[in-house]
Write a protein that binds this ligand. Structure first.
Ligand code: F6R
Length: 620
């Protein structure tokens, strides 16, 4: 949610910042902007701060920059921003960077300043004026007012931030103290890239990996002061810190489209590998058990847990729901699933014997982070299932499992979902073996997990048939998704994928609940996607499908290979390979991801950057 990139060194800052912004664009694309300082290595006061910003995508900013190129050709230092609007509509004025009234300080911001109204009133009485409606401009002017008092930029930023309530990842440059970028964070991710005589600041590693693999993940309430000669870090409370430099482990290819039309499609096709990467080295097939090194500190606690509470948002919440079904089935431990946004505000009953499992692709979702803090405060042990290494959730939890899915750039989550399911399956198998599963049962599950990557590949090899079905429904106004048992959450996920990238209204429902209301919606214009894989409730879902057919609904069935009967009841059948019922969600979701993708592409939607959305939701 909002992308920040900054550079200080000797190279072409415009190029580096624009490249970084394009890589961060998945975090927000309502507007974009840069603040650039020409080479100031002589250290003299300068008024050559150039601000360029535009509503719309980074490509709009790029056009603006091309027209101004001569003014900024020399810039070797600057900051940039791609915005997901919170305060103020996405227009040129509200775009970042923001400046103080005299254009001496420029600031980019990710997050929300909650007490900006109070601060603004104070500044107005001091005679400061404002150009935008944003909380970010208030923070910029606040820093300026502090500078006027203390005449030191680092101190001005520090003092301002110590009075701010809310969340921020910021980068600041100023003509008052050129040759410096100041970065700070609270609740919004920010890292420093360490190069040779050059330094970067960015919301995530994808913006800097082209130039350096050495990064420092800033902690909450930590700030960094970057110059061409080096960097220093301290807390907002003014204590020096000494953070470790870490190595980025993914490569450039993993954040490029690699020949695919969209990141989303690439990520769908990565799933045979990413699913495998999630269990590689962890699944002990011959013992029917797992080894989860990341959980070692909490393993005893987890085995003895009275109750497991999953908390997450969106797609990650759907994988949690699958987790509830699987863990209760395999291990017999009571499981609850909570939307993180609800959990944090309703004073949930949590005891020290509970284990809370937070699931998050980005590891930065504000609601999930807050839920974790609430759970920890109440004494629960908290485990994280997180994709982004070094992210806030990974650091806030007592222990965890990294998903190893690689960067997920498409805004609609795909590969992270199946990797989350892999991690959940490993936990469930382990708990099952400590409680009620025999070694033989454990081995059967482990072997079935090992077959999943090739089974996903099989579905992907038949994507053309899904595309043909999608072509027939591009003009649909509504879709219904039905599933039962383990596949009910898959129905929810299929509906979410469709609505977020194609803007077609879609609802997921437990198939048997349909007759309690949604059945009224069904007519010849309603496509109904039914997940009807062969398991103990197969006959029940066939009955539900017949209820749809009796009302002229168009059934698109996801069925198990070899099921001859289903074609009698469905307009279209998409077959998936046979597996254990607990594993069907991993396979059943693949055609639903493809269906949503192809429908959206046919409708001309920008699937990687759907309107109003952003990848990592770092505001409440
Ligand atoms: C849907 C989607 C969102 C995220 C949700 C949680 O495709 O991407 O619903 O799943 O915002 O994000 P994470 O998993 O990063 O916490």
């Amino acid at each position: 949610m909002c992308g920040i990139v900054g550079y200080i060194g000797t190279k072409d800052a415009v190029k580096i910042i624009l490249t970084g912004l394009k890589r961060l664009e998945y975090r927000g694309y309502d507007s974009a902007g840069v603040a650039l300082l020409n080479d100031t290595s002589n250290g003299h006061l300068t008024d050559n701060l150039t601000i360029l910003k535009r509503a719309g995508k980074v490509s709009e900013l790029e056009k603006l920059i091309l027209n101004q190129k001569s003014a900024i050709a020399e810039a070797t230092q600057g900051i940039g921003h791609t915005r997901w609007a919170t305060h103020g509509v996405p227009n040129d004025v509200n775009a970042h960077p923001h400046t103080d009234p005299e254009n001496h300080i420029a600031l980019v911001h990710n997050g929300i300043i909650e007490n900006y109204g109070v601060i603004k009133q104070k500044l107005l009485t001091q005679g400061f004026t404002f150009r935008s409606e944003t909380d970010t401009e208030v923070l910029t002017v606040f820093i300026r007012s502090m500078y006027d008092r203390v005449k030191d930029l680092t101190e001005a930023v520090r003092l301002a931030l110590s009075e701010v309530e809310g969340t921020f990842g910021i980068a600041v440059v100023s003509t008052l103290e050129p040759d410096k970028i100041i970065a700070a964070r609270r609740g919004s991710p920010l890292l420093v890239g360490v190069g040779d005589g050059e330094y970067f600041v960015a919301s995530d590693a994808s913006a800097v990996i082209q130039y350096t693999r050495q990064v420092i993940y800033l902690d909450d309430d930590e700030m960094a002061i970057l110059s061409r000669d080096g960097y220093a870090t301290k807390t907002i409370g003014d204590e020096t810190t000494n953070p470790a430099i870490q190595e980025i482990h993914f490569d450039l290819a993993s954040i490029e489209k690699g020949g695919f039309d969209h990141f989303m499609l690439k990520e769908i096709y990565e799933q045979p590998n990413t699913f495998h990467d999630a269990f590689r080295g962890r699944l002990l097939a011959s013992e029917g058990n797992v080894r989860l090194g990341g959980l070692t500190p909490v393993l005893d606690k987890l085995r003895r847990a009275n109750r497991i509470i999953f908390t997450a948002c969106g797609t990650s919440w759907h994988s949690a729901l699958v987790g509830e079904y699987i863990i209760e089935q395999l291990a017999g431990i009571p499981v609850e699933v909570e939307y993180a946004s609800e959990f944090r505000y309703r004073n949930p009953v949590i005891t020290p014997d509970d284990v809370v499992i937070a699931i998050s692709q980005s590891g930065e979702t504000a609601d999930t982070l807050a839920a974790i803090k609430e759970a920890r405060m109440k004494g629960a042990t908290v485990i994280g299932l997180v994709n982004v290494v070094g992210s806030s959730i990974a650091r806030e939890t007592d222990a965890g499992i990294y998903l190893h899915a690689g960067p997920e750039i498409g805004v609609a989550s795909t590969k992270a979902f199946t990797s989350q399911l892999a991690a959940i399956l490993l936990i469930a198998l382990h708990l099952g073996r400590t409680r009620r599963l025999s070694p033989r049962e454990g081995m059967d599950i482990a072997q079935a997990i090992e077959r999943i990557p090739e089974q996903i590949q099989y579905i992907l090899d038949h994507a053309e048939s899904v595309k043909k079905i999608a072509e027939q429904y591009t003009d649909a106004r509504n879709f219904l998704y039905l599933g039962r048992g383990y596949n009910f959450p898959v129905a929810l996920e299929g509906a979410l994928k469709l609505k977020e990238i194609s803007y077609i209204h879609a609802e997921g429902y437990p198939a048997a609940e349909m007759k309690h209301g949604p059945i009224a919606l069904i007519d010849e214009n309603m496509p109904v996607v039914c997940i009807a894989t062969q398991d103990e409730i197969y006959d029940k879902i066939i009955s539900n499908i017949q209820e749809v057919r009796a009302r002229n609904g168009n059934v698109i069935a996801i069925a198990s290979e070899g099921d001859k009967r289903i074609a009698e009841f469905a307009e279209h059948v998409i077959y998936i390979p046979n597996t254990l019922p607990i594993l069907t969600p991993v396979l059943a979701v693949i055609p639903l991801q493809l269906l949503a993708y192809y429908v959206a592409v046919q409708r001309g939607c920008n699937v990687d950057m759907p309107r109003n959305l952003a990848k990592s939701v770092t505001v409440e």
